[in-house]
Design a protein. Structure first.
Length: 416
């Protein structure tokens, strides 16, 4: 059981804390409630750009990394469609360096033109390498645009297209920062060898003077239910064909989320999972196949991705997937099969929360979706899922009118 302490500054910054004296290190995890879903459809990729810009110098600290290294620390960041997350770990005696650095870039970035150009170039090169020049790199763009017609999940974190970042003006970038990177739009999780009293004192000292920015409430269009099957076929310079299927499911806060998460494990996690056992090993329809959920805060997607074996068409591969999905609702799910998945999740959860940095990251996220203390009850929620819930989830979800299908074909000269 992780003991969680909490404090909220007058400017709205929420602080959650868990002490762990088994380490001499401290972790600060700063979660901003902003992701790709908060971007203008004509100005996408900004949240990911800021993941980089936040390391390009703040108003009083021209270089973020050097003080971190001098203090014996490490740091990194990541962005998705829902959140932007920064973390720093430091020896306990140097932890004030972390509060100083994080608070200064929350106060304001430097916004010098050179930093913007440097990070703009980095992001554009990443876009090219990951999404344009890598096999299957644009699959996420294609599938999201197929599955979502209204909600901003219709583009990935990297953005819709390079031009949105290439043409971003300093004024647009600055406006995005002051709208979202604010104390009243952030959660600071602090874990490791530090008391709650020390944490509050340092937070008040460094973050307290930053003014509240009155971040406007999020108001995103809800994706309407999909009522007909959607299909897209593309040809690319890739080694083999690939099948992508996406079904709409609930969001992260919905009780059914746990059933869908376990359903994905039943299908493709481990050698004894259904897809691997039946479609890879026995029938040899696929050389590889995976099922996973997006885990997004708003209504997400259940993904199935596979590469058919030599001589198997995408049509045949898709038919085999539908047959396997039908068996979930037509046949019984053995208690032992479900128990295996629950045991795997429980062991992963316990192992994950042994690390003070993982705890900081998880505390911040659970505080965002409801409350940090829920970190102690996740295993119970998975344990409570029944075979009936899983079958009901499969029955209502795995239907043709709820499915978007992408045939990603190798060009003829590559498929010989």
């Amino acid at each position: 059981m992780i003991t969680v302490n909490r404090h909220t500054l007058s400017n709205g910054l929420r602080i959650v804390h868990a002490q762990d004296n088994t380490t001499q290190m401290v972790a600060l995890n700063l979660l901003y409630d902003v992701g790709a879903r908060d971007e203008d459809p004509e100005h996408t990729g900004f949240a990911h750009l800021f993941e980089h810009l936040m390391f390009g110098g703040s108003i009083n600290v021209p270089d973020y990394d050097t003080p971190v290294q001098n203090a014996g620390g490490e740091n990194n960041a990541w962005t998705n469609n829902d959140i932007t997350n920064y973390y720093i770990t430091l020896p306990r005696q140097n932890i004030e360096t972390g509060f100083w650095l994080e608070s200064d870039r929350m106060l304001s970035l430097d916004f010098n033109p050179r930093s913007l150009e440097v990070q703009r170039h980095v992001v554009i090169e990443e876009f090219k390498q990951r999404n344009l020049n890598q096999p299957y790199g644009d699959a996420s763009h294609l599938l999201r645009a197929l599955a979502y017609k209204v909600h901003p999940y219709q583009w990935p974190t990297i953005g819709k297209e390079i031009s949105h970042i290439a043409n971003a003006t300093p004024e647009e970038v600055q406006a995005f920062f002051f709208r979202f990177y604010a104390p009243d739009n952030a959660i600071l999780a602090v874990t490791g060898h530090i008391t709650f009293e020390e944490t509050v004192a340092l937070a008040e000292k460094w973050f307290g003077p930053i003014p509240r920015r009155n971040v406007p409430p999020r108001s995103l269009p809800a994706e309407p239910p999909q009522t007909e099957e959607r299909r897209l076929t593309v040809e690319r310079n890739v080694p083999v064909d690939a099948l992508y299927m996406a079904f709409h499911i609930c969001g992260r806060r919905h009780p059914d989320y746990y059933a869908f998460d376990m359903l994905s494990d039943l299908l493709s996690s481990g050698r004894s999972s259904r897809f691997i056992q039946h479609l890879v090993q026995e029938k040899q329809v696929f050389t590889a196949i995976d099922a996973y959920i997006s885990g997004s805060i708003d209504d997400g997607l259940f993904h199935i991705v596979g590469k058919p074996a030599a001589g198997v068409t995408l049509e045949e591969a898709e038919k085999a997937v539908w047959q396997e999905l039908a068996s979930l609702t037509n046949e019984s799910i053995e208690a032992e099969e479900l128990e295996k998945v629950k045991n795997r999740y429980e062991s992963e959860q316990i192992f994950n929360n042994l690390n003070y940095l993982n705890v900081a990251t998880n505390l911040a996220y659970f505080e965002l979706i409801e409350k940090a203390e829920d970190i102690n009850h996740e295993v119970e929620k998975y344990r409570a899922v029944t075979t009936r819930q899983i079958k009901e989830a499969a029955l209502k979800t795995f239907v043709h009118e709820n499915c978007s299908i992408l045939y990603y074909k190798a060009k003829a000269e590559n498929n010989c």
